[in-house]
Design a protein around this ligand. Sequence first.
Ligand code: ADP
Length: 448
Amino acid sequence: MAISRILIANRGEIALRIHRAAHEMGIETVAVHSTADADAMHVRLADHAVCIGPPAASESYLNHAAIISAAEITGADAIHPGYGFLSENAKFADIVEAHDIKWIGPKPEHIRTMGDKVQAKKTAGALGLPLVPGSDGAVSDFDEMREVAAEIGYPVLAKAASGGGGRGMKVIPSEDQLETLVKQAQNEAMAAFGDDTMYLEKYLGNPRHIEFQVFGDGRGNAIHLGERDCSLQRRHQKVFEEAPSPVISQEDRMRMGGIVADAMATMEYRGAGTIEFLWEDGKFYFIEMNTRLQVEHPVTEAITGMDLVREQIRIADGKDLSVKQEDIVFSGHAIECRINAEDPFTFAPSPGKIEYYHQAGGMHVRVDSGLYAGYTIPPYYDSMIAKLIVYGRTREGCLMRLRRALEEMVIQGVKTSIPLHQELLKQPDVLSGDYTIKWLEEWLAERA
Ligand code: ADP
């Protein structure tokens, strides 16, 4: 039976994004929401809505039993987890499938493998992806760590196998600090993930963050949709993303894209995935794979003309990939600005009521957001309230259009990151595309 009703196990802009793709396919939607999100736009637009708990995510958006019950009660035949929350929870994916509900995501075994970074790195290495030099798997003994670190050379990075969101990670500049810093990273990892397994990696000095979008049909066919450059980051959080990367040649794109697509085909990977690399001196180094849709997926949609959520739903329904690699044409340039409800330069959160809202528009301007005038942004969740995605035939045209679109966006009542993006668009390095993962923090430090 084809999917006819999708439960959206998420909130905010991504819930709306999924609702839109579903309705464009003639599929009904079920919104599940916490008491804090009763007034959310996607809840209003969905065909069915179920309140699944109080504001705390642990009791609502992460509550397996409440979500499965909501799916059973409303007769949903598929669940889309969006990003964050349960999207990379293999156990939840198993439970969904055990209830004969289609999981719009990768096979649980692949979520599990890639969720453990030590396993992920081993798998990636075996599939022929270039790795950051480092320990061969997990290390727990300090003498062994010192040996490995001496071999790869300082500075090294201690990383948690279960890490995510930049937590459980410490740069170790020299041997005398190794034990102290690893212990700190272990404590952080234990507190955040309940697992203090660590591994060591060469700390790359000034790389760019380049990630490839992949799709597999779960039966041995896979494609890549090129790369995104997400180097403008603050505290390992992406702020501004573009596709294609200003530094990757078409030759490198197709070479590396071919390698990742082959790897996914060999794994029999199913659905959407992102393979993240650091890129330095013309070389790619695998860091991790995300087994879900990414926040920044619209820039890939803009340059390929493909609807990635539609593709995810089709694959979950057992259909073939809608395109072959040779049919994919990359055209033009796209940039996404993440707009958060926070002070643009101190980053202090700024939840509250939207007094006035005017969305940017015009040719090649897309805003993914559930905002409306009168809406109150709850303080309990992520601060991202909108994504502005702009397309241009050239990078230069895209930057001009982005500047124009940012001028048009008006969000009153809370502070937002719009002024930060406007300031970034005045920086020669941003305009020329000459930035690495260090750039934004260094610029912010100089500005302060
Ligand atoms: P997480 O899952 O916590 O996001 P990642 O492995 O994706 O962890 O790394 C997050 C960010 O940390 C990267 O985008 C990059 O900025 C930095 N980073 C990770 N590994 C390295 C490394 N070996 N050298 C330098 N920076 C790194």
